[in-house]
Design a binder for this molecule. Sequence first.
Ligand code: URA
Length: 441
Amino acid sequence: MSAASFFPQDIIIKKRDGGALTKDEIEFFAHGVVSGKFADYQATALLMAIFLRGMTPQETAWLTDAMMRSGDVIDLRDLPGAKVDKHSTGGVGDKVSLILAPLAAACGVKVPMMSGRGLGHTGGTLDKLEAIPGFRVRLDVPEFRAILQTVGLAMIGQTPQVVPADRKLYALRDVTGTVECIPLICASIMSKKLAEGIDSLVLDVKFGRGAFMKKKEDALALARAMVAVGQAGGKPVWAQLTAMNQPLGRCAGHTTEVIESIECLKGRGPADLMEVTFSLTGHMLVLGGAARDATDARRRMDAAIADGSALRKFREMCAAQGGDPRVVEDYSILPTANRKLDVRADADAQGFVAEVDALRCGHAIMALGGGRAAVTDNVDHAVGLADLIKIGEPVAPGTLLCTLHLNDEAKGAKAEALVRDAIKFTPAPPRPEPLIQDLVR
Ligand code: URA
């Protein structure tokens, strides 16, 4: 049956009654939401039917492919070298991309990275990069290609021409209670990643208090769906499952996370952040053929940090994208908050940190003005959390729990209450939870 002869209501009814859609029906839907043949009210009805009835792996693969082809697909085949990207489903303090992309490029793979903005309690890579004075995340495709070719990495926002179907569908899902649906999340993420012209992809699927997916089994199902869709599209995809109960590293915000990322590239990163970064970058190097295995990858990454080549890549990328490259030596050029407020343990505090609730910490950043409730909101890059205590560390009266970077006293007071609420103590050292819990490939 040709796509032109479909009626949206027939497709909606079929899915409403639990049927599996055909490739043509799915293509009609994905292209129809962009052309207007599938009206917004009909698209939301179908999204809800998919939410309630699900999709088979084959339907999910077809939907991903149709969404990917709803706009431009970037072709990087003429650029020499393996093109590998990483995508995280998001969390609090997750600045891995800022460290991983220059590190992977210094080790020999090309990293064409299209990232997103923060929404709700989670931070976004583009917002963090924009804390660097002058940094441009809006590049057109020719400039993106040129920087990728000369520097080996480029980090940009999605262009309006790439996957317009997702732009439309995501906005509809956001306001119709149809976001938390594995086939729809899978198609949304994978259509954008596959349109970037990559050869392979590493995913960091987060689960826990600060993540989009609260339960590990849901994260695993999403990871499996995305790996299967990559396979159907002929691209190797590995998905790591990472716990996101406490913020990653000791900083969250924008300026504070840029500084922590540069410190990581100088070899002074916190253990948990480096563990996740080395693991994901290692997978990229193996997938891209720049390392034989995880051990070889680790040796190369250690060398790139020790000899300064990873930091140099970060500097070169900043310069190529209009950012002030002096940021790697002089953190004072970043937006700076008016005041730093130390949050310390009370006089009766005793024992060890049992919990640092990532969701509450994310809300504290929003309370400071560093988050976004709607995509159009502006963020204050200067505010955030630093020196955050970690689960398992000892506490006594007056122990520093966190330093708030703030620009407004009332907002600071609200954030302090949230941070105090986020941190819980226990008399005995808690059993450490593994950070990296699975790899699907
Ligand atoms: N991120 C996306 O890009 N899409 C989703 O549906 C969810 C998270």
